[in-house]
Design a protein around this ligand. Structure first.
Ligand code: NAD
Length: 478
């Protein structure tokens, strides 16, 4: 069990752990029990966090990149050293199984290492203007105080994917984690404090409800940048709020990933890939495969093999021995999944495996496979749970058309033994990322992000730091 003494449950403002204007419980969704209570922030705490980040910005922006890099590197090392405990904390407040939580900690820590390496490589540009008598000097400067808002599904990864590049670039931040999973974010900030992050550079507030407090911060002239990860619905609201002051926005929003299995795919490999693409995090991932398009020529064999693998998963509390599918983050989220499945069945979908809310406590929903027609409504929703609807198609062209029939465009998956064919299909897909013959491609060294209503901007890779940098052009007469 986790040593409960290690849990931080206060706000972190201007380098101090402080109480807020109240407390709310944080639940373990596998049994409904309260883990601890966490401090909430009122207007004065949010204002103090903005003031602290604003005051700390000039010195942090001028801190040598090497020094910023070494603090991030130290944070990476501490996070790896403490990964067991952080993974348990994630599993406890989020419900995901321990193996997924461990994978998340490794992924999350890597953003600190990657951006410690990027901090010292912020390049500029010096060019001759076409006229010959002028020079063009391009430099990149930290934007300033950045508001970071993160969801509950990857409480560690989504926080470090923003804090890493922000600090590397020289920005100061106010982090607002999801209220369902604040403890992981606070543990990460505890690590950053021990790694030597100066006072005021990182602040954490949990206002409840989030809307009015976030709106106030977005209308504060000291806040100049918003980096949001969450649903498209909330993203739209925040884009409107941010437009009042024309704040820079980076938006990592919802997804509804198609998973295409062409007739020449290796069926065993495709099933293995889909188990990852669908079931990592119990299906609660923006990258989760939600619309499974399988060539009619192989669909029967594929569906049988995939349903067998799904049916064999052990559903149990995330930290229990051998658990492969944990609880959803709350009973409310679990019920949303059940409603989508019930509606899909009412409109003609057939359950191959799962599909029934289990008796007993905890926000559990079983691994479920459905076969549906291409018009079934379930295909329009981001399921965010362990449910895979399968649809048959007859040609590559039809598969591409079906995949692109979505307001989302985060990631797509393509399985084919013919790489040329897979690339041709990938190039026609409207998504920011395509996984070819792989079920998981998230990588801190690669640009993560979507097109259409899945968002704006990229996190990770060489692009991620630019979400926290402003480009400045200096024109010189020679
Ligand atoms: P959510 O949009 O409900 O909440 C995200 C964050 O926004 C939370 O911190 C929440 O407290 C806050 N929030 C909610 N309403 C707000 C408001 N009116 N004003 C300001 N802040 C507000 O999302 P969620 O349920 O926590 O997470 C699931 C969603 O996140 C899914 O849609 C998933 O696809 C998406 N997601 C996207 C990515 C990505 O990289 N594209 C990664 C992870 C999750």
């Amino acid at each position: 069990m986790l040593n409960l003494m290690l849990i931080r449950n206060q706000l972190y403002i201007d380098g101090k752990w402080v109480d807020g204007n109240g407390k709310v419980p944080v639940f373990d969704p596998s049994n409904g029990e309260v883990i601890t209570e966490v401090a909430t922030a009122g207007d004065s705490e949010c204002d103090a966090a903005v003031a602290a980040a604003h005051k700390a910005f000039p010195a942090w922006a001028k801190t040598a990149p090497r020094v910023r890099a070494e603090i991030l590197r130290k944070a990476f090392e501490l996070m790896i050293a403490e990964s067991e405990n952080i993974a348990k904390l994630i599993s406890m407040e989020n419900g995901k199984v321990l193996s997924d939580a461990k994978g998340e900690v490794a992924y999350a820590a890597e953003f600190f290492r990657w951006f410690s390496e990027e901090a010292v490589r912020i390049a500029g540009d010096f060019r001759h203007a076409p006229s010959g008598d002028k020079r063009i000097l391009v430099t990149h400067q930290p934007i300033g105080v950045s508001l970071l808002i993160t969801p509950w599904n990857f409480p560690a990864g989504m926080a470090t994917r923003k804090i890493g590049p922000a600090l590397a670039a020289g920005c100061t931040v106010i982090l607002k984690p999801a209220i369902e999973t604040p403890l992981t974010a606070l543990a990460i900030v505890d690590i950053l404090e021990r790694a030597g992050v100066p006072q005021g550079v990182v602040n954490v507030v949990m206002p409840t409800p989030a809307g009015p407090a976030v709106s106030k911060m977005l209308h504060d002239s000291r806040v100049v940048n918003l980096s949001f990860t969450g649903s498209t619905e909330v993203g739209r609201v925040l884009l409107k709020e941010a437009s009042d002051r024309v704040i820079r926005c980076s938006m990592e929003l919802g997804g509804n990933a198609p998973f295409i299995v062409l007739e020449d795919a290796d069926i065993d490999e495709a099933v293995k890939g889909l188990m990852l693409a669908k079931m990592r995090n119990g299906g609660a991932a923006c990258t989760a495969a939600n619309r499974i398009y399988v060539s009619r020529k192989i669909s029967q064999k594929f569906t049988e093999s995939f349903s067998k693998a799904m049916g064999a998963l052990k559903m149990a509390p995330g930290m229990s021995e051998g658990a492969q599918l944990g609880a959803s983050v709350s009973v409310k989220e679990r019920n949303k999944i059940a409603e989508l499945v019930d509606a899909a069945v009412k409109s003609g979908g057939k359950i191959e495996v799962g599909g029934k809310v289990p008796d007993g406590i905890g926000a559990f929903y079983p691994a479920t496979v459905l076969t549906v027609e291409k018009s079934n409504e379930i295909l329009k929703h981001e399921i965010f749970g362990p449910v895979a609807p399968i649809v048959e198609f007859d040609s590559d062209h039809e598969a591409i058309e079906l995949a692109n029939e979505s307001e989302f465009g985060l990631i797509s998956y393509v399985y084919s033994k013919d790489v040329k064919r897979a690339i041709q299909v990938s190039e026609a897909l409207q998504s920011g990322m395509v996984a070819i013959n792989r079920g998981l491609i998230s990588d801190p060294a690669a640009p993560f992000g979507g097109v259409k209503q899945s968002g704006l901007g990229r996190e990770g890779g060489f692009d991620g730091i630019h979400e926290f940098l402003e480009t400045k052009y200096l024109g010189i007469e020679i």
